[in-house]
Design a protein around this ligand. Structure first.
Ligand SMILES: [Zn+2]
Length: 460
């Protein structure tokens, strides 16, 4: 039975969806105003793993993610870049989706843009006003956190503690409580705006998520995920909004939060010069390296990205590759010793215990150790090797770092030009010149071979 650590109860709980095998799962998506970094990659790889595992277990998961395409940061960045907020948002949404594709994240069922849910957002603000949870002041409509009895139940803060809140708290003089947050912001001159029953404006940050989830999942659903820093104020606000509107609780049965990724012990920040974008990382390294590096830690624990971890993970990938090529070559050996059964049992036990990927990956490496020593003694049968390969393929549907395609080698343009030159020389029977060119190519590190199928170039 799968058990999940629920932030709401601070306990591991047996996982039971609201409707049989159907799971509705929402994860906070990006605010699209810049390139995503490897800290974002961690969050999205973690939830990709979780959804893929649930699907492997036979759950029918509807995975919804929002895209914040209107917000203060977007407006500010657009101003700096002399473009419009919506153009900037579309541009970085595209880049975000590109990054997700290169991270092999393909588990999301639907992406939902905030700006395409304005009608639903307005409807929620209206209902909050009508029920007395919201009030209007000079610059917008705000949520009165004192009115919501259970405020703070997720982050375990009181209304007063919420007042020395973290970033992205809305500043406005007329607010009733310091921790009150904006639901609808009246637009200032030149800002993007939508019509509303009050004044033209744009949604606050928290309201988009509940508007989107209410539309697609209803007022209650199974799982909400995101990085730990979203617990407060963002997720607390979601609960306050939706439970006040519907009068039903809980909004979400299981709250899953992923841990931070630091770089050499520090928080990633542009000002510290340790900001690593996903595409910069992938320029230098294969995606499987990042997936293993992230998944070998428990999703809730912090990960520190550093040189040592990178080198160690590379070595682990080499061990995997070596083992797989050995398995593929295994010929002899006595009948089965049930290595696969034992490994798959420990893999599953680990995953069922709150997606304990470090333990699950340890089970894979223990399989590799035992397998290697059996192969060395000629004691692994061909059929068992095949079974192990099948098991690893199944595991890789969730992890995506075991099997990979060797990227086609790129021959530099300069070399190709020299090879062409040599072809012409050969055609013109300039044998001496052709040999010279071949030696030139060799000095640059490439070998030209003339075979029946034509000329072949090899990197030496
Ligand atoms: Zn969110």
């Amino acid at each position: 039975m799968l058990r999940i650590y629920n932030t709401l109860s601070r306990k591991k709980e047996a996982f039971k969806p609201r409707k049989g095998k159907k799971v509705s799962l929402f994860v906070c998506g990006p605010t699209v105003y810049d390139y995503s970094h490897i800290g974002h990659a961690r969050t999205y790889i973690v939830f990709d793993m979780i959804v893929k595992y649930l699907r492997e277990k036979g759950f029918n998961v509807s995975y919804l993610q929002n895209i914040t395409d209107i917000d203060d940061k977007i407006i500010k960045r657009a101003e700096e870049k002399k473009t419009t907020p919506l153009k900037l948002a579309r541009e970085f949404e595209k880049e975000y989706l590109k990054d997700m594709k290169s991270l092999k994240i393909d588990s999301v069922t639907k992406y939902a843009r905030a700006t395409e849910h304005i009608k639903e957002i307005i409807s929620q603000v209206k209902r909050l006003l009508k029920k007395g949870y919201a009030y209007r002041i000079e610059d917008g409509i705000y949520y009165d956190i004192k009115k919501f009895k259970n405020y703070g139940k997720l982050s375990r803060r009181t209304v007063v503690q919420a007042e020395d809140g973290v970033s992205r708290i809305d500043e406005s003089k007329g607010k009733k409580n310091k921790g009150d947050f904006c639901l609808w912001k009246f637009s200032k001159r030149g800002e993007p705006k939508w019509k509303s029953p009050w004044e033209d404006g744009r949604p606050g940050w928290h309201i988009e998520d509940t508007a989107i989830t209410e539309k697609h999942f209803g007022s209650q659903y199974d799982v909400h995920g995101g990085a730990k820093d979203l617990i407060f104020p963002h997720h607390e606000a979601e609960i306050a909004q939706m439970e006040a509107i519907s009068g039903k609780k809980p909004l979400v049965n299981y709250w899953i939060h992923s841990g931070f990724l630091t770089v050499k012990g520090q928080k990633m920040a542009k000002s510290l010069g340790n900001f690593i974008t996903i595409r910069d990382f992938l320029e230098e390294n294969p995606v499987r390296l990042l997936r293993l590096l992230i998944l070998k830690s428990l999703y809730r624990s912090p990960v520190d990205y550093n040189e040592k971890l990178l080198i160690q993970t590379k070595k682990e990938l080499e061990r995997i590759d070596e083992f797989i090529s050995k398995l593929k070559m295994t010929e002899a050996g006595p009948p089965s010793i049930k290595l696969k059964e034992v490994s798959s049992r420990s893999f599953e036990a680990a995953m069922e215990d709150d997606f304990n990927t470090p333990k699950a990956i340890a089970a894979i490496f223990s399989l590799i150790n035992k397998g290697n020593s059996l192969i060395a003694k000629n004691k692994l049968s061909k059929s068992e090797a095949k079974e192990i390969l099948q098991f690893l393929k199944k595991v890789d549907k969730v992890f995506n770092f075991i099997f990979w395609e060797k990227p086609k080698e790129k021959i530099p343009k300069g070399i190709l030009k020299l090879v062409e030159e040599r072809e012409t020389q050969r055609k013109n029977k300039e044998w001496e010149g052709a040999d010279k060119t071949r030696n030139k190519i060799k000095k640059l590190g490439y070998l030209v071979e003339d075979t029946k199928e034509g000329t072949k170039i090899k990197n030496i």
